[in-house]
Design a protein around this ligand. Structure first.
Ligand code: DGL
Length: 274
């Protein structure tokens, strides 16, 4: 069995790259729903429907464990898939998200307990980060802020262009107007690490940025150690298959850039590509 990694587009590649760096022995399937990206401005119902379609597509291709490498999907679809769909589909399969491991790590990092969360409008609207921090580290003051332009800039290969600076500075200024005491900023969208250099340029001095790749990889390694019944089922040929709902040529050129090695994808048709 392969480990499935799902994102609405290219962002989850930042997670896959970190996972493969730490756990290179396993076989992976990456699925990017680039044709229907961005998810961040879509309704709860649509994100849930699209994510469930993607999870089923990965199950059909032999994945027994799927990581939702997308905060928006983790915020809007994970719980329903775990509680409603998995028991009906196959209770031996697992779907994991990225929000819980992120919150667990951040709660040990922030010194002054003021944390900023930059994410898509969908993730912010769900308040999943605030709810999760309240459960795990209720002393942390969480300020969430949505950056609706950042994902389209990454998906359209504009993440390095000068015009992008305007949108980065704009959202960071608003975040720090809301809480000037923030000492740690979570890039709570898997597309944002691709903008990290620019983001750092506009942050007040001394403020830390946290990307999710490394911490999700650590959390997966820990999960596999604690669940040998899943780990034993994982095939170990150190390979990766890439699937996209878009044209493969477009996906391959950007994905190769993000992964740092040539990527050859194939198109997958999810039911009802809207
Ligand atoms: N990369 C995704 C996330 O982490 C989603 C971005 C989007 O499709 O809007 O939220």
């Amino acid at each position: 069995m392969r480990i499935g990694v799902f994102d609405s587009g290219y962002g989850g590649l930042t997670i896959l790259k970190a996972i493969r760096g730490l756990l290179p022995q396993y076989d992976y399937i990456y699925l990017g729903d680039n044709a229907r990206n961005p998810y961040g401005t879509r309704s709860f119902e649509l994100v849930y429907e699209f994510t469930l379609q993607a999870v089923k597509a990965l199950f059909e291709r032999g994945c027994h464990l799927v990581i939702l490498a997308c905060n928006t999907a983790s915020a809007k679809a994970l719980r329903s898939i775990q509680q409603i769909d998995l028991p009906q589909i196959d209770s031996n399969r697992r779907v994991l998200g990225v929000i819980r491991p992120t919150v667990e790590t951040i709660s040990t990092i922030s010194q002054n307990r003021h944390v900023g969360v930059l994410a898509t409008p969908g993730t912010v609207k769900s308040h999943s980060y605030t709810l999760e921090f309240n459960k795990i580290a209720p002393d942390i003051i969480v300020t969430e802020h949505a950056c609706p332009m950042w994902v389209p800039l990454v998906e359209n290969n504009e993440f390095n262009s000068p015009g992008t600076d305007y949108f980065i500075k704009k959202e960071i200024d608003i975040l720090f107007q809301k809480d000037p005491a923030i000492d740690t900023v979570v890039l709570a969208c898997t597309h944002y690490p691709l903008l990290e250099e620019k983001i750092k340029k506009f942050l007040p001095e001394g403020v830390k940025t946290i990307c999710q790749g490394g911490l999700v990889a650590n959390s997966l390694a820990d999960y596999l150690t604690r669940h040998p019944e899943i780990e034993n089922r994982c095939s170990k040929q150190a390979s990766a298959i890439f699937l996209t709902t878009e044209h493969p040529e477009k996906f391959d050129s950007l994905a190769s850039l993000f992964m740092g090695h040539p990527v050859e994808s194939t198109t997958v048709i999810l039911p009802d590509n809207k």
